[in-house]
Design a protein around this ligand. Structure first.
Ligand SMILES: C[S@@+](CC[C@H](N)C(=O)[O-])C[C@H]1O[C@@H](n2cnc3c(N)ncnc32)[C@H](O)[C@@H]1O
Length: 284
């Protein structure tokens, strides 16, 4: 039997939407009401709550509210991602970024490259970065050290990023040679899964970081930052603030990658465009 859809009033949607934008930057325009209502049905049932008013009381009045607000953000955020999504970026790293970095540096295993996947979702972006670096080292027959920080607000997505276990269907497009080198196959023939090999899992550090935080508590400056398909969900003014903080964490001469459908037009930022949706930080 189909259970009845619990409805949210325009007024309450506006109030909750404002809270979400304030805390996570995600814009909650009126068109999102249906999506919001639909996605929260399961959460209300889990809590045995019969109306959005009751849910709001819980959100705003109990000592659990901050936990519940983060669960709410998890339900309404879009986590779509893929291995080698927007693959031109990974090709650009292989063809331009790494050759440029390593023609200037004395290459040895002590040199460390630092990367950040901001808004990493379930980790496929960070592992695609790791595979790109490993393949470059293999093709050039030398090694350098690297680490990748992968951050998000979604506890569910970060858990998957840590486990690094994915449905086999997600790696169908990846060439067989790459799959053999970097993915382990599950034994089950019914529930076919793959897991990233341990030496790559050790390189990627998933962690909670809200891009709305005033300061990003990361004790390092990065060579490469991916901030892709995340800004698009934020208000324009918030995008500019987030980018300013992101760029504070990028070395001068470091590379910033944004999503192909995102734009930095009319933003006053210390960057120079070098390829579609790829920027270098400049000294101002
Ligand atoms: C569509 S996914 C993009 C994943 C990946 N970067 C890609 O391009 O495939 C957007 C991610 O941004 C995260 N996100 C949304 N608001 C955020 C915030 N305020 N701070 C950090 N991450 C956030 C979401 O949880 C989601 O996992």
């Amino acid at each position: 039997m189909k259970s009845e859809l619990i409805q949210i009033s325009d007024e309450l949607f506006l109030k909750l939407g404002r809270m979400i934008t304030e805390k996570y930057g995600i814009k909650m325009s009126a068109e999102k009401k249906i999506m919001f209502q639909a996605r929260l049905q399961r959460r209300l049932r889990e809590l045995d709550i019969k109306s959005f008013d009751e849910y709001a009381r819980r959100l705003f009045t109990t000592e659990h509210d901050s936990v519940e607000i983060s669960i709410l953000a998890d339900y309404i955020s879009t986590n779509k991602t893929d291995f080698f999504r927007e693959k031109e970026h990974f090709q650009f790293i292989t063809d331009h970024v790494l050759p440029e970095i390593f023609c200037e540096k004395q290459t040895n295993s002590f040199f460390q490259l630092k990367l950040w996947s901001a808004g990493c979702s379930s980790g496929q972006e960070a592992y695609s970065m790791a595979i790109t670096l490993e393949e470059f080292m293999q093709s050039r027959n030398f090694r350098f050290d690297y680490s990748i920080v992968a951050t998000d607000i979604s506890g569910r997505m970060l858990k998957t990023a840590r486990q690094a276990v994915y449905p086999m269907s997600q790696v169908e497009e990846i060439p067989l040679e790459i799959k053999k080198r970097y993915f382990l196959k599950s034994k089950s023939l019914i529930d076919k899964k793959v897991r990233i090999v341990k030496n790559l899992r050790d390189r990627v550090k998933p962690a909670y970081l809200n891009l709305m935080d005033n300061v990003y508590v990361l004790d390092t400056q990065f060579d490469l930052i991916f901030l892709r398909n995340t800004l698009i969900y934020f208000e324009h003014q918030i995008q500019q603030q987030v980018l300013t903080k992101i760029l504070d964490k990028l070395k001068i001469g470091g590379y910033l990658f944004i999503g192909h459908s995102e734009s930095l037009i009319n933003m006053n930022l210390p960057i120079r465009s070098i390829a579609p949706s790829v920027y270098v930080k400049i000294n101002t």
